[in-house]
Write a protein that binds this ligand. Structure first.
Ligand code: SF4
Length: 226
């Protein structure tokens, strides 16, 4: 909204395009069991509010996205797998980057695909609560990587505070959202005891599906281990 006030001369058409066209880092088809139910196409948004030291998708924070697409253009690309989605109760997983920042885009996409496809969001939840609220009626399931719930560890690893993560986790718990919470063991940042403490907090909130996993440090990069 600040942007609209400062740049009041922008045309209505451009404003419409700005609100519906989003930047992406890539699209991966035919994923099974890793990004939601059934056969899933993973769609990665560009842009993330965090600065994780072992970022799994550093291209989402580079200056240039892979492409800009409207909801209609994205729908046109991913519907090639409609039969797989419907047969396996799969669909599209939005990740990134941070998909909750693009709640308007995802809402438009839902209108295009209807209820035939599952929409899953892979998120850090470190976003304003209004963005999560807007997505509650849109998303079928959520995959939340909480990093570590100790505020000092979280800040050291991501560069940000985790108050919003906790608020938004409570919101998902209160609304009984279908949610899996991921709690990683992060080399040089947390310990198994820290992970156990985060798991305990998440369990007390009421979540049952909790995935504990490790980042494994290699000489070249951190790999994602399940
Ligand atoms: S939340 Fe994900 S995309 Fe964002 S910086 Fe961390 S690892 Fe990278």
């Amino acid at each position: 909204m600040t942007y609209l006030l400062v740049y009041g001369f922008i045309s209505k058409k451009l404003l419409f395009e700005m609100s519906t066209i989003a930047p992406f880092i890539g699209i991966r088809r035919h994923r099974l069991h890793s990004d939601g139910h059934g056969v899933t196409t993973l769609v990665g948004f560009h842009g993330c509010p965090l600065n994780c030291r072992y970022c799994l998708n550093p291209q989402c924070r580079s200056s240039k996205p892979w492409r800009y697409l409207s909801p209609e253009e994205l729908y046109g690309q991913v519907k090639v797998d409609d039969l797989y989605f419907v047969a396996t109760r799969g669909g599209v997983c939005f990740g990134g980057g941070e998909p909750c920042m693009y709640n308007g885009f995802i809402g438009c996409f839902r209108e295009l695909c209807g209820s035939r496809w599952q929409i899953t969001l892979e998120t850090s939840l470190n976003v304003p609560t209004e963005q999560v609220e807007a997505l509650l009626p849109v998303a079928d399931s959520w995959i939340v990587d909480v990093k570590d719930l100790n505020p000092a560890i979280y800040r050291a690893y991501t560069g940000r505070a985790n108050d919003r993560v906790l608020d938004n986790l409570r919101l998902l718990a209160d609304t009984k959202a279908d949610c899996m919470v991921r709690v990683p063991l992060i080399p040089e940042y947390n310990t198994r005891e820290d992970v156990a403490r985060s798991v305990e907090v998440v369990r007390k909130m009421g979540f049952e599906r909790i995935n504990v996993f490790s980042y494994r440090k290699t000489t070249e990069k951190i790999k994602f281990m399940r």
